[in-house]
Design a protein around this ligand. Structure first.
Ligand code: CA
Ligand code: CA
Ligand code: CA
Length: 171
């Protein structure tokens, strides 16, 4: 699979993917995406054209994750397949959050994970919408340790900690 993708990009057929070939492949993909999104072909992407393109990407992502979840490939997601698709990422997230690998997520570990996610999202410089991923994750991660009213406080204010959060170094 990967080899065939590399083969498609390998324009001079030397069986090696060069940086210039990868660059031109990316360039082509971007141009193709732009052309596809510019539905009225005026050479500009309007807000609604961008929205439509994003919806298309989201739909494709949804279809891809459906195919991934449908492990027996019968075109339907059984309850077992659904549970597996939900549980697997959660298990990975748990492993990532459990910094000292004791099988428990402490308040400090949850706090750290939350801080990491927030700073990541902040560095991506996303526009803040009322249902932004940052707020959603904030609410989801925050509710794991301390229940807070949804949308009660601004996302930038750190949740009040009952004790001073210790640095997550137990060793
Ligand atoms: Ca246009
Ligand atoms: Ca299935
Ligand atoms: Ca732990």
């Amino acid at each position: 699979m990967l080899a065939s993708i590399a083969g498609a990009f390998d324009t001079n057929n030397d069986k090696q993917l060069q940086a210039s070939e990868l660059r031109s492949a990316v360039q082509t993909a971007i141009q193709g995406g732009f052309t596809a999104a510019d539905t009225n072909r005026d050479g500009q992407l309007s807000q609604s054209e961008v929205n439509a393109a994003m919806a298309g990407v989201a739909r494709q992502a949804a279809q891809a994750s459906f195919r991934q979840a449908d492990t027996d490939g019968n075109g339907q997601i059984s309850q077992a397949e659904f549970e597996k698709a939900i549980v697997e990422p959660a298990r990975v997230a748990f492993k990532v959050m459990d910094l000292n690998h004791d099988g428990q997520i402490s308040q400090e570990e949850a706090q750290t994970a939350r801080q990491v996610v927030i700073s990541k999202l902040r560095s991506m410089n996303l526009p803040e919408a009322s249902n932004s991923p940052r707020r959603a994750i904030n609410a989801a991660v925050g509710s794991a340790t301390q229940p807070q009213p949804t949308g009660g406080q601004p996302a930038t204010t750190p949740a009040p900690a009952t004790t001073t959060p210790a640095p997550p170094q137990s060793r």
